[in-house]
Design a protein around this ligand. Sequence first.
Ligand SMILES: [Zn+2]
Length: 388
Amino acid sequence: MSLRFELLAGGATGPRLGLLHTPHGSVATPAFLPVATRGMLRGIAPDRLAPLGVQIVLSNAFHLFVRPGTETVAALGGIHRMLAWDGPVLTDSGGFQVFSLGALARVRPDGVDVEDPVHGGRVDWTPRRAFETQAGLGPDVAMVLDVCPAHPQRRDEVALAVERTLAWAREQRELHAARGGAASGQALFGIVQGGVHADLREACARGLTALDFDGYAVGGVGVGEPHAAMMHGVEISAPHLPAGQVRYLMGVGAPLDLVESVARGMDMFDCVFPTRTGRFATALTRHGRLHLLNARFSRDPAPIEPGCPCPACVMGVPRGAIRAGFKSREMLPPILVSLHNVHFIVDLLRRVRASIGDGSFEALRAEVRAAYGARVPPAGPDGRDVEV
Ligand SMILES: [Zn+2]
């Protein structure tokens, strides 16, 4: 079975409801993808995923290529067996990770030369290698290798990144067609770059759409820019993507960023945010963040969030015990808070879907804005967004 997206509600802009059908099951969108960069989620065992409400998992082709290697993953039975997860899997090509290595990566017209973060030496990471690595790993969805400029960048550098992104996309689209396209059981998504420049975003989106990918991602956001700039990147990209195909916003996962991106027409999201914040003792709740290392929790017998149905809260481990465990470097507290946070984010997207269905999305959007900071600034006196 090949990948198919069913748009159930909404259009080119605004909140949308959909179903992404993959060879390993269907995903109700908007949806969040927890991140298993190296083939494992940090602190979350595979049997926890379905009870947490997880529908689809992300892994990273570049990191798996470096260790344990594509052939080793294939010998284990492929990426689904490595994750011990029978649901849908998406692999990123590693474009963002490669470019986040900054000075360690050298972009050439035909690929990127990057330092091997495990073995030393250099890796020649080309569009063909990113494509073939993902074909060997066997996810339901593979991503093209793109050129992801850091923030901020000069306009001419972003323009060159778009030019190379489109050339590499064409090369990978041809490799995908030669393999049978989505009928091979593996879909391929294109990635829109273009930074903060509306004309470059539009040109990139139009160039990718002409190549007819199975889905489209917006990349180059969540790279350290403020919330308003992130939303600007979405606003100048989403309207140029086909309404009937799935849109994936890469690397975004904070509560406010999620609901504001849904409001701007995006369907899928991934981020290390819930597990990373969990490892640093910060819990996400309906009322905002809880910093569990704070002394005020030392004698607090309540679970992380009373009434929360996640395993950590149902087990009832007290906030005070979690705080003490973090202080004494026990391995359980980061796991408990990660479980809670992944549930919180996945459940937030479930609530987003329900609210789009029953017309209460704006009320949920206001609730998240109240809990996670009034970080969506009003327009400034000159019409520009004000940084807060
Ligand atoms: Zn919980």
